[in-house]
Every structure is written in structure tokens, then in C-alpha cells.
Design a protein around this ligand. Structure first.
Ligand code: SF4
Length: 360
């Protein structure tokens, strides 16, 4: 592997509405609403917030007929393609397929009726609806549990391969696969085994990852390792938090690996005994004011000059703080000295100038 560049696994293309997944397309960021889907207004509000944060596909839960019937309005008014999350009920799947959605998520393990699955796939093919084939450690087939003794990574990969072959045997290919183990290592193992054997795109995610902090760390580790090996065509970070946070964390993971970028990259030092300004407060203010601004910029905010010169060279713009003041750097060169009070405003002013120049 060439250092600094991830070589992505070769996969075939799948389309969820107009969103391409696989075949070297940018890794698609998706999330899931936590509203009752039949509460159409609330659901659409959340979808719009997710899209503003950069979400490209939104999945909604469809546990009841009422939710399935609401999909029509949701799909019609959503700015991005909608994926219906279906479990257990072919009946709800069939209602959902009539609503203008672009994709469904289906775990064959919890429908467990090949005849019904075949019918659903035929309908999807007719309506150009993509499928996410889900395999979960919780709904693994009995025969695989007996063969492996527990839902190991190998067992999960085997189940995913089995159902993929079944989908293909009935002539359905517009699908991606997600394999969710009960822990990070099992997840990595299962996805790696599956990835070696097929060119089917993979949806990756760490299920039930936890709260904002714990879930972000678990996801960064699990997804980061898979992405490093070139695995993953679309990602969802699962958090027990506002789903908008899932989108932000997803981009942070992808940008850490140079796979995608969104917003403005802020580099700040951890601070130490040399610090003579309130750096956490300064960084927080800059972050708040840059929220929602999408520019290909690296901003360095350093507590002192020790690392600032080096970082400033790497960054487009930055502050090297000192005693209640800072040097404002631009493209590696000092621009001027600013006081602690004016630091944030001055930095933002320069970022605005750069932004104007970028827009031409
Ligand atoms: S940049 Fe300066 S203040 Fe920040 S951690 Fe490094 S030495 Fe400490």
C-alpha cells in the first residue's frame, strides 16, 4: 500500500435513487431518523437537518402499517433518497414498496421465507428499488449457529454470502450488504472475509455503539480499520444521540483517513503548561462560527509557538498564541499580531476573505 493513500476495494455499482454506491464513488454518508415515521412533519424536519449536515441517504423505521403509509409523503418531500427499514413483515415491505422510496433494508434472517423474499425482490426490480441485505449476529440461521457454535465472523460472512447468492439466483443485483457483529472485532473479521470473496458493495457500521463519546470512539476504531483496508462503500455511525451527530462523526472519520472532507478542518493543540490564553474557549468559538461552512481549508489553532510554525506551514490559516495574544498566520507566513479578544474575529475575517477568493 502506498503510504498516505488508501486503496479502495473494487466493488460494483449500486444505485439508491440517484446516489451511486460502490465502483469508486465517494463513500456515501447515511443516517437514520429517530422520529416516528408516521409523524411526517417531525420526520421531514429531521431529514432536512440531516441533509444540511451532509447526509446523503436517510433511513426511516417502518415498524407499522401506519408508518408504511406515511412513506409516500416522506419520500415525496425528502431532498435525498429514502430507505425504509423493514423487519419481520413482508406485508409492511409490500406496502412500503408502493410509496416512492429508493431503497429498503431487509434482513432475510428475520423474514426467513424464501418465497416472500423472492417476491419482494421481484417487486424491487420492477420499481428500481435498491436493497440493503442485512446480516446480524442476532438473527443468524440455526444451521450456521450449529456449524460454528456461535455467531463468529466466519459464520456471519457465510450467511451474507449465502443470501447474496440467493438474491443473485433470482436475478436481483442492485443490492449492498451490511454485516453487523456484536462487537468491533467480530465486525471487522466478518466484513473482511466477505470483502475478499465478492465485489458486492458493503454498508459498514458498528451497531449499538453507544453514547456520543463512546459510540464515536468505537465507530472510529471499527470503521477506521475497515476503511484503512479499503472496505466500505457507505457508512452509518450509530449513536445514542441526535442523528445529526452521526453525520458529523462519519465525516470526521472519513476525513481523518483522507477519504472525504466536509466543513473546515480545525487542528488544535492539546494545551500544556506553556499556555497563556484560554485555548479551549477560542477553539470552541471558532468551531461554532464555522459550523455549516464547507470550505477546503485547514485551520490551525496552537497554544504557543513550539509547534505553531510547523503546523502553520501545513495549514492554510492559523493562530499561534502567546501571552494574551497571537500571531495570525496565512499560508505559512505571519500576517499580524492580534489580542486575545480579537483573535476569533480576525481569524474569521481572514477565512471569509479566503472564501470569497475561492468562490471567485
Ligand atoms: S502547542 Fe504549545 S501550548 Fe500547545 S501543547 Fe504544544 S507546547 Fe503546549
Amino acid at each position: 500500500m502506498e503510504y498516505g493513500k488508501i486503496k479502495r476495494r473494487k466493488t460494483r455499482a449500486v444505485y439508491v435513487g440517484n446516489v451511486k454506491i460502490g465502483d469508486n464513488a465517494p463513500i456515501v454518508v447515511q443516517s437514520m431518523t429517530d422520529t416516528k415515521t408516521h409523524n411526517i412533519e417531525e420526520t421531514l424536519n429531521q431529514i432536512n437537518r440531516l441533509v444540511e449536515a451532509g447526509c446523503e441517504l436517510v433511513r426511516v423505521a417502518v415498524p407499522t402499517e401506519k408508518d408504511a403509509l406515511a412513506l409516500k409523503e416522506v419520500a415525496k418531500n425528502s431532498p435525498v433518497p429514502i430507505i425504509a427499514d423493514i423487519h419481520f413483515s413482508p406485508r409492511i415491505a409490500f406496502i412500503s414498496l408502493e410509496s416512492g422510496i429508493a431503497g429498503i433494508r431487509l434482513n432475510p434472517g428475520n423474514i426467513n421465507d424464501k418465497g416472500k423474499i423472492r417476491e419482494i425482490l421481484q417487486e424491487c426490480k420492477k420499481k428500481n428499488i435498491a436493497v440493503r441485505l442485512g446480516v446480524n449476529s442476532g438473527s443468524l440461521e440455526e444451521r450456521l449457529l450449529e456449524k460454528y457454535g456461535y455467531p463468529s465472523g466466519e459464520a456471519l460472512a457465510e450467511s451474507a454470502l449465502y443470501w447474496s447468492e440467493f438474491f443473485e439466483s433470482v436475478g436481483f443485483t442492485n443490492f449492498k450488504v451490511s454485516i453487523k457483529g456484536s462487537d468491533v472485532l467480530q465486525n471487522i473479521e466478518a466484513n473482511r472475509i466477505f470483502a475478499e470473496k465478492t465485489d458486492i458493495p458493503l454498508h459498514i457500521g458498528i451497531t449499538e455503539a453507544g453514547t456520543l463519546q463512546q459510540g464515536s470512539i468505537k465507530s472510529a476504531v471499527g470503521l477506521g480499520i475497515l476503511l484503512y483496508f479499503g472496505i466500505g462503500d457507505t457508512i452509518r455511525v450509530s449513536l445514542t444521540a441526535d442523528p445529526v451527530e452521526e453525520v458529523k462523526v462519519a465525516y470526521q472519520i472519513l476525513s481523518s483517513l483522507g477519504l472525504r472532507r466536509r466543513g473546515v478542518e480545525i487542528i488544535s493543540c492539546p494545551t500544556c503548561g506553556r499556555i497563556e490564553v484560554n485555548l479551549p474557549e477560542i477553539v470552541k468559538k471558532v468551531e461554532e462560527r464555522l459550523e455549516g461552512i464547507d470550505l477546503p481549508l485547514k485551520v490551525a489553532i496552537m497554544g504557543c509557538v513550539v509547534n505553531a510554525i510547523g503546523e502553520a506551514r501545513e495549514a492554510n490559516i492559523g493562530l499561534a498564541c502567546g501571552n494574551k495574544s497571537a500571531i495570525l498566520f496565512k499560508e505559512g507566513k505571519p500576517l499580524k499580531r492580534v489580542s486575545e479578544e480579537e483573535m476569533v474575529d480576525e481569524l474569521l475575517k481572514e477565512i471569509n476573505n479566503i472564501s470569497k477568493n475561492l468562490k471567485g
